[in-house]
Design a protein around this ligand. Structure first.
Ligand code: IPE
Ligand code: IPE
Ligand code: MG
Length: 234
């Protein structure tokens, strides 16, 4: 049951995997592995808490700047998690979607993810969006180009919103109520630029691999005490 003030849509910038690994003298990819486990914990927690939409930033259009070893490692982990543990999502009635540009994603990762999306498409619990090769600016440009291709000469805010990855294609996901970023960084890094126009931002110093349900609940509680005004008066 959805209690009062619960955010309907939570977006998360899962940051700090590399620093977590460094602190433990482990290779960066081990940080990404621990980050996948944290992602799974937070998906299950969100589902139990009655959150309707969870959108996580897994790989940005800028993350290609990293070494091919790290990028390859991240995609291998994605395949591994989709194959094994994420299957549990089905048992939890979670519906998986993906946002971002798929063309550059390695085929193995793409195929596995598409299979997962297909196998969970009838589920009607938590809607879990994974942003992969996602960039907010690229998303807006793509949407505008789609409108140009349709021959539109004048466009509205609704036209743009409908043509984002979060628009018609995956059933119009409402804008995030809450945006969380871990690891102490306080920036948006090209995530959901259009959709976060009126989102509440909550930051934590916790590194993403250390994220657990109690910290997640603490962050949600901070959100619940915010006073959202949307430019009006309280
Ligand atoms: C977030 O952790 C995961 C991705 C960006 C893929 P980072 O890898 O950015 O971790 P830090 O910021 O270097 O600690
Ligand atoms: C944002 O984290 C992207 C993801 C979490 C996937 P980054 O670590 O890439 O962002 P910057 O470079 O610190 O802005
Ligand atoms: Mg980072």
């Amino acid at each position: 049951m959805l209690e009062n003030n619960m955010p309907k849509h939570v977006a998360v910038i899962m940051d700090g995997n590399g620093r977590w690994a460094k602190k433990k003298n482990l290779p960066r990819v081990m940080g990404h592995n621990a980050g996948m486990q944290a992602m799974k914990r937070i998906v299950i927690a969100s589902s139990q808490m009655g959150i309707k939409y969870l959108t996580v930033y897994a790989f940005s259009t800028e993350n290609w700047k990293r070494s091919s070893e790290e990028v390859g490692g991240i995609f291998n982990l994605l395949v591994k998690y989709v194959n094994s543990e994420l299957k549990e999502l089905n048992d939890n009635n979670v519906k998986v979607n993906s946002i971002g540009d798929y063309e550059m994603v390695p085929k193995s990762a793409k195929d596995k993810l598409e299979a997962l999306i297909d196998s969970t498409k009838e589920n009607d619990g938590l809607i879990f969006n994974i942003a992969i090769n996602y960039g907010g600016r690229a998303e807006i440009v793509r949407g505008v180009n789609k409108l140009i291709a349709e021959g539109k000469v004048e466009i509205t805010e609704n036209d743009i919103a409908n043509n984002l990855y979060t628009g018609n294609e995956i059933g119009n996901i409402p804008d995030p109520d809450l945006l969380i970023r871990t690891s102490g960084e306080q920036r948006i890094s090209n995530f959901l630029l259009w959709q976060c126009a009126y989102s509440e931002f909550v930051f934590t110093d916790v590194l993403w691999p250390d994220m657990d349900k109690s910290e997640f609940i603490r962050l949600i509680d901070i959100y619940k005490n915010r006073n959202r005004r949307y430019g009006g008066r309280s």
